[in-house]
Design a protein around this ligand. Structure first.
Ligand code: SF4
Length: 379
């Protein structure tokens, strides 16, 4: 069985960004302390349905803003993981941090706990764009955080950028790329802005307070970013992710290659690597009440049929830009994808959205931009 990953969700932020629809809320010290105790209890009580439990080789603290927890609280959670699971000799241990909310001393303390990868949301280096997104930091905070990480010895750093922001121009986007590639993080995640219903940003756009994002311009930004990334020596290894050679996110890759992962905390999702997916209660207070009452926080469970597993293997595997092995598919499922989806594959190839490279089926750049349309054919 493939090694598994652990995801721990920390649902607290300093303020709410205008575009955010994640399961997160305002930080309070009391709530955070109670939540950490619940998490430790959930981890200790973990009992997977799978008979064989794989070794863990990635641990990921995401959110929300995990860096709002104290080093002591993070240590409690890491200890709970180490007591309950078998951890490999060289795990990737990631913490998401928020620019401006960490000091150099805190970053050193996190590192001494065993965290060896940091990820943070820059989103843009333009202060006006950050203000429009309701971010709690400015561009200088992001620059300072990056420098502090390096000074504290972090040699595996990732940050996020968002393209297609309201009012963003191509010139502004190019300035973002100049600055991002000049910093040379080991890893960059890159998203096109999605406007989710019921967020303040959706209301601002509807009322005309902010301009509607330009989807065509965002697609051009994606192309420009890929050209710049290639020139700067970055590998485009997944639709939304770039890395310097060998520095892909080991944890996130598990989501695309059907490796098992176990999620803890409110709204966390899990997968046993075979037939079973499950998800926890989304509300933070309800989650804690369930744990405190000795009940399971799992509120949703899906048993995948063979058809579901085949579909997932294709649309998750195609996210990896190296391509998807048709031979592996045949060996795993006993059928030929080319025969099963002959019409769709021909249509996508003729439209320039996919290509075949020997045994590998791949999205093209145009296909990466229209991946949802491609994936829909396999679901
Ligand atoms: S920091 Fe991240 S999780 Fe928190 S509100 Fe902003 S986008 Fe959402």
């Amino acid at each position: 069985m493939k090694p598994a990953g652990i995801y721990i969700h920390i649902p607290f932020c300093r303020s709410r960004c205008s575009y955010c629809d994640f399961a997160t809320g305002m930080y309070s010290a009391d709530l955070a302390e109670r939540y950490v105790l619940s998490l430790a209890k959930e981890i200790a009580a973990f009992n997977p349905a799978a008979a064989v439990e794989p070794v863990i080789d990635t641990i990921y603290f995401g959110g929300g803003t995990p860096s709002m927890l104290s080093p002591g609280q993070l240590e409690t959670l890491l200890n709970a993981v180490h007591q309950r699971f078998t951890i490999s000799a060289d795990p990737e241990v990631t913490i998401e941090i928020n620019p401006g909310s960490v000091t150099p001393e805190t970053l050193k303390a996190f590192r001494s706990l065993g965290f060896n990868r940091a990820s943070f949301g820059v989103q843009t280096f333009d202060d006006q764009e950050l203000a429009r997104l309701g971010r709690s930091h400015n561009a200088d905070d992001a620059r300072r955080t990056f420098r502090s990480l390096r000074d504290a010895g972090w040699d595996n750093v990732s940050f996020d950028l968002i393209a297609g922001l309201p009012g963003q121009t191509m010139a502004g986007w190019r300035r973002n790329l100049d600055e991002a590639f000049a910093l040379r993080p080991e890893h960059l995640s890159f998203y096109l802005l999605e406007v989710h219903q019921a967020t303040p940003l959706a209301a601002h756009i509807k009322s005309g307070l902010q301009p509607k994002p330009d989807e065509d311009l965002a697609a051009e930004m994606y192309e420009v970013m890929l050209d710049r990334a290639a020139a700067a020596g970055y590998e485009h290894y997944e639709i939304s992710n770039l890395c310097l050679p060998g520095q892909h996110s080991r944890h996130n890759t598990k989501y695309w290659i059907a490796a098992p992962y176990y999620g803890f905390g409110c709204s966390a999702h899990s997968y046993d690597g075979e037939f079973r997916r499950w998800a926890n209660e989304r509300g933070v207070v309800q989650y804690m009440e369930m744990i405190e009452a000795g009940r399971t926080p799992i509120v949703e469970e899906t048993l995948l049929s063979p058809v579901d597993r085949r579909a997932e293997a294709v649309f998750l595997g195609l996210r990896m830009m190296q391509g998807f092995s048709l031979t592996n598919y045949h060996e795993t499922f006993g059928s030929d994808l080319r025969e099963e989806h002959e019409t769709d594959l021909t249509r996508f190839r003729e439209a320039g959205l996919i290509e075949c490279d020997g045994d590998l089926l791949k999205l093209t750049r145009a296909g990466a931009l229209m991946s949802n349309e491609v994936f829909a054919a396999f679901i």
